[in-house]
Ligand binder design. Structure first.
Ligand code: DGT
Ligand code: CA
Ligand code: CA
Ligand code: ZN
Length: 584
């Protein structure tokens, strides 16, 4: 057990003691110890047999030293177990609601035996909190909203967080000679915008099914584990420090393909595929595709063999949502999906002239390193005061500098001039038309007044479209994944009008946004919209995040021909909306 896990468990014990009404001194001793253990550089697990050394750490007294030993040896302490037996572990979940401290939780527990978010929601519905002291209608409304927000985002993580966790774990696992392949499955492999938990499949000599270990022991020793949920014969589940659950499955190589197919999902895709297998006289499981009559294995080692035996093309994981991909694979008519290497330019990025971190030159050099043929520099406009947005004079000077840098780079990359101009509350643009007309790439975006009604926001965007300088609608819904809901918008109407006028709609590939979402991208294609994909990078590092967006385009069934910035530079500009006077 590492120090941070220990600190977390002691902190939890302090919360439980407070809920239990223990005296303040005792609660503080646990909190102080948790803080001390989180801060110390000594590895407590290594020195836990040496009481003198433990006592040297400020904040650790005799009884806390005993607790540390218990945590290292048993993963818990008698006091923690006793409190959890009384309240159950779900009561700690309540501390994740905004404004909900141990004192309030204690009140709810004593008044209505509330010990989880679910029981709290039920009690509110039943009106049980109304009579409690300091619980007005306003207070209760606040708690209800907290529960809604928590449930909406709860337990889910952005795809980049899931991927980062998968990469760290993969690196650790592959350091063992007994493992030779680690593959993410589940929602991460399908490229969904969020993941509920992380599923990893592992194979290699340490993964034989009939032996217990050493594979599972290697996994369970991962230093990132905050608490272990189960360690079975071929599966280890645990939480990371950020609360993300990870399921690692150890598999023999001969059934790796079947397992990968099964655990990639989605459930709906698997159900339909299994029905097809049954009709063909087969049974499909996580172990194999086998004949129903004599149970002989037809295919198991690779996904390709399984899909082929089912009479269909292999299906890219991003399409496995039971949205028509199975029929298409049977008919050999799956689309050729876009790939990251199809993209020739990134036309939405910021520099330190506004809220970016790097210069035009640095962004351009980084784009060259990404293999791009062109970029556009699109800083903010003045309405976004906190970004130091450009007014007309600065915007004109910025265009000149962009052109200078392009000349300095001597044809190594084309740099389009541009701006991300704010769509003001009434749909007007935050920059004079004469200035906008001098820029190649004018992206119009909403950054404020997210509270407007659906009618107001729709009219606002439609009005912005009427300005002939608008060539791209930036991050159309303004959503931030797990943080801010999309604005209310008549999306079909907006997309139809964009298609008529030739305004391209952006897919913002930043993993915090992924906006338009996969479903709306599919609609955009159906309605004949032009689509661009951009990173909206604010520093050179984030130029590399294009892949997260590409996976959303793939989920929308888009190919390279559906996306404008797969075109060479000259064709890219000429495929943007034509305006009265172009300067490109
Ligand atoms: P998530 O974790 O909520 O982001 O979504 P997934 O798709 O990763 O779901 P998860 O982790 O519950 O399961 C991973 C895959 O395993 C899932 O996509 C399909 C497969 N699977 C899991 N449980 C079942 C089941 O009960 N029936 C079927 N057919 N497939 C399952
Ligand atoms: Ca999952
Ligand atoms: Ca899972
Ligand atoms: Zn923006």
């Amino acid at each position: 057990m590492d120090n941070l896990t220990m600190a977390r468990l002691l902190e939890q014990t302090a919360d439980l003691l407070e809920i239990d009404g223990a005296d303040g001194f005792r609660i503080r001793s646990y909190r102080n110890a948790a803080e001390a253990i989180a801060q110390t550089t000594a590895d407590l697990a290594a020195i836990c047999d040496d009481t003198a050394k433990l006592l040297e750490i400020p904040g650790i007294g005799k009884s806390m030293a005993t607790n540390v030993k218990a945590l290292v040896c048993t993963g818990t302490t008698p006091l923690r177990d006793q409190l959890l037996a009384k309240y159950t572990v779900s009561i700690l979940e309540l501390t994740r609601l905004p404004g909900m401290g141990p004192k309030t939780i204690a009140l709810f527990w004593s008044a209505a035996q509330i010990n989880s978010i679910d029981t709290l929601a039920v009690a509110i519905e039943a009106g049980k909190l109304a009579d409690l002291p300091r619980m007005g209608a306003k207070q209760i409304e606040k708690i209800k909203k907290g529960i809604d927000d928590y449930r909406r985002s709860s337990g889910r993580f952005r795809i980049d967080q899931a991927q980062e966790a998968a990469e760290a774990l993969t690196k650790y696992l592959l350091s063992f000679a007994g493992f030779d392949r680690v593959t993410p499955a589940g929602s991460l492999r399908r490229g969904r915008e969020t993941a509920g938990d992380l599923d990893l499949l592992v194979t290699g000599p340490a993964c034989q099914p009939d032996q217990t270990g050493p594979g599972v022991d290697y996994v369970a020793a991962y230093p990132g584990i905050a608490d272990l949920i189960v360690k079975g014969e071929n599966k280890v589940s645990f939480h990371l420090a950020n609360g993300m659950q990870v399921d690692v499955r150890l598999l023999p190589g001969e059934s790796y393909g079947a397992a990968l197919q099964y655990f990639t999902g989605s459930k709906a895709h698997n159900v339909t595929l299994r029905q097809r297998a049954l009709k063909m006289g087969y049974t499909l499981s996580e172990w194999s595709l086998a004949r129903l009559d004599d149970e002989s294995v037809v295919a198991a080692a690779t996904e390709e063999e399984i899909y082929a035996a089912l009479g269909m093309d292999w299906i890219p994981p991003e399409l496995r949502e039971n949205l028509g991909e199975i029929d298409a694979a049977v008919n050999r008519s799956l689309p050729r999906l876009i790939e990251e290497r199809d993209i020739r330019g990134d036309v939405h990025m910021h520099t330190h002239e506004t809220d970016g971190r790097n210069s035009i030159r640095e962004m351009a050099e980084a784009a060259i390193a990404c293999g791009y043929e062109y970029i556009a520099i699109t800083d903010h406009s003045k309405a976004l005061a906190m970004t130091n947005g450009l007014d007309e004079a600065r915007a004109l000077a910025h265009i000149q500098r962009i052109r200078e840098v392009e000349r300095e780079l001597e044809g190594r990359v084309r740099i389009f001039t541009g701006i991300e101009v704010d769509i003001l509350a009434d749909g007007a643009l935050d920059m004079d038309d004469e200035v906008l007309a001098q820029m190649d790439v004018v992206i119009a975006s909403i950054h404020s007044r997210f509270d407007q009604s659906r009618e107001e926001t729709t009219a606002r965007v439609l009005r912005a479209f009427e300005n002939p300088n608008v060539r791209i609608l930036g991050h159309p819904t303004g959503r931030q994944i797990l943080r801010r809901e999309p604005v209310a918008l008549d999306m079909a109407l907006i997309l139809r009008r964009a298609a008529e006028l030739g305004v391209a709609v952006e897919h913002n590939a930043s993993p915090e946004r992924l906006d338009l979402c996969d479903r709306d991208l599919r609609l955009a294609k159906e309605l004949g919209c032009r689509i661009v994909i951009n990173t909206d990078a604010h520093e050179i590092r984030t130029l590399g995040k294009m892949s997260f967006g590409v996976r959303q385009l793939r989920r929308a069934w888009l190919g390279p021909q559906d996306v404008l910035n797969t075109l060479p530079a000259a064709e890219f500009v000429s495929s943007l909306r034509t305006r009265p006077q172009t300067t490109a």
